[in-house]
Design a protein around this ligand. Sequence first.
Ligand code: PLP
Length: 395
Amino acid sequence: MSTENQATREPADDTLMAHTRYDPASHNGAVNPPVYHASTILFPTLAALRARGTAKVRYGRRGTPTAHTFQDAICDLEHAERVFLAPSGLSAIAVTLMAFAKPGAHFLIADTCYAPVRKFAASILSELNVRVSFFKPDIGRDIATLIEPETALIWMESPGSQTFEVQDVPAIVAVARQVGIATAIDNTWSGGYFFKPLDFGVDISIQAATKYIGGHSDLMLGTIAVKTPDIVTRVAEYVERFGICAGPDDIAMAMRGLRTLGVRMRQHYQSGLAMAKWLAQHDAVRQVLHPALEGTMGHAYWQRDFTGASGLFAFTVAPHAETQLAAMLDNLKYYGMGASWGGFESLLIPIDPFSSRNAHGRTNDDQYFRIHVGLEDVEDLQEDMAAGLARLVSI
Ligand SMILES: *Cc1c(COP(=O)(O)O)cnc(C)c1O
């Protein structure tokens, strides 16, 4: 091939995730790199020991090639400068919040945040004398009205946990940038595949890699992707001082998940949307809260900023007695009941999204469900759901 004909386009995510940090020549031709289990790293000479501060690999906690490979790959996925790993999504969130938690500071947190974030605010942040105001998911540029002189961080999650409102991230970021406030977002829902917060000026994008990146419901891992240089330095300090790191087997499994992220996410999108539309037509269903459906709060922002939707959304039915809910849920063939999501399998749980909100209350008496549409055949999933909804209303 002549040089003029060589491709100049930036590789798409699917190509990147297949080829990023792909280096068989360094591993005897094996396609995947070995998994390093290491705490002690030995240095061959006194001079090398003295110079270890500049070594890429110097102590297990500071990362081995297993961690570095995955960190670099998440940099490619999230368009980040640096990626830090944590042993769970929640620990990634906690260390990031701590990095801005000076006594007397004020945080703005989305009312639709992952519930443990609210608990972190109520206990640890409150003990540190960090005040938190929760903002409605549709606040957009009106976030300016909540900013105080001490505001140090705006924490977004889009779409929001359990009710799936998409926020006007660019509008919030524009306000934050004007007054020099750092912004962070929980990007777990998109898998980093359908939304690139750092491209929209967000400083920090966090994921529970436990979910879609892992993709098989068998690991715990968090990623903190950062673009802005001074914030890289700040987060690095906290990750290091707290001794945050992740285990090599979980990282290696997450790396395996990353290789198939695109094909899985597209299927979650297609099947999830088909299921959302099917539910919206069903007599027993009152509302379907899916960002790709018109009428869901922030749908226009989803259309503008996202390139797809994952398999996680919510729907509601009329209130029903516990025995009726049990008749529906206890006898499903394909939907599991349990925390977490993002694996290959479908899940369905009843939820009470407004039980802990401050700014964005309940406006109806609906029974809410959170559904994760997995990689099963969608007609099988619909048949099972139809039978479940029939049991719900029939007793
Ligand atoms: C699950 C989840 C987390 C926490 O991840 P863990 O790995 O379970 O600690 C954080 N944010 C969101 C949106 C989640 O769904």
